[in-house]
Ligand binder design. Structure first.
Ligand code: MG
Length: 174
């Protein structure tokens, strides 16, 4: 596995810490957000640290927003409706097609898209593969479901994050 696809471009503690100024610096037109452990707590409808207000703020600043989720139409559709933004469900991240569908829906190129999510092997890898800006968001809470899958995933993420930390901190550096 090529490590270059795994390293995020940027890292934030929370989605709500990404500012309008940050997005302007990145020169993107839109932000694609993951649901579980990024917008909302894993498998819950409760938003993390005002993520719903953050969506409003980013929208008002003129950026487009879209959900790209591996979750069902029911969950992604619910979130899209509550937040008033389009969505791609069953995206099978890190496969490219969900990201391409999102770009098509928004009428933008992948390089004009910032992708924010809490999984290196789904959100970051997929974003990097299509040439979008990848933003890793620290998971709010570790998963309590699919422990074998997520336990392994989270262990595999550790060396990638350690490598990232050697050269970068949180946020957008000048
Ligand atoms: Mg997630």
């Amino acid at each position: 596995m090529a490590r270059k696809y795994l390293l995020p471009d940027y890292r934030f503690k929370r989605l709500s810490e990404i500012t309008v100024e940050d997005l302007q610096k990145l020169g993107v037109k839109a932000v694609a957000v993951d649901i579980d452990n990024t917008l909302a707590y894993d498998c819950q409808n409760e938003f993390i640290d005002g993520a719903d207000e953050w969506v409003e703020k980013i929208k008002k600043a003129g950026f487009k927003l879209i959900i790209i989720s591996n979750a069902t139409f029911r969950r992604a559709g619910y979130m899209g409706k509550v937040l008033g933004i389009p969505y791609v469900a069953f995206a099978w991240k890190p496969r490219r097609y969900g990201f391409y569908i999102a770009c098509k829906k928004l009428g933008i190129k992948p390089k004009e898209l910032a992708v924010a999510g809490d999984q290196i092997y789904a959100d970051v890898k997929g974003a990097n593969k299509v040439g979008a800006v990848s933003i890793y968001v620290d998971p709010a809470k570790m998963e309590t479901r699919n422990l074998i899958f997520f336990g392994r995933r989270r262990r595999l993420e550790k060396p990638v994050l350690a490598e990232f930390e050697q050269n970068h901190g949180y946020g957008i550096e000048d």
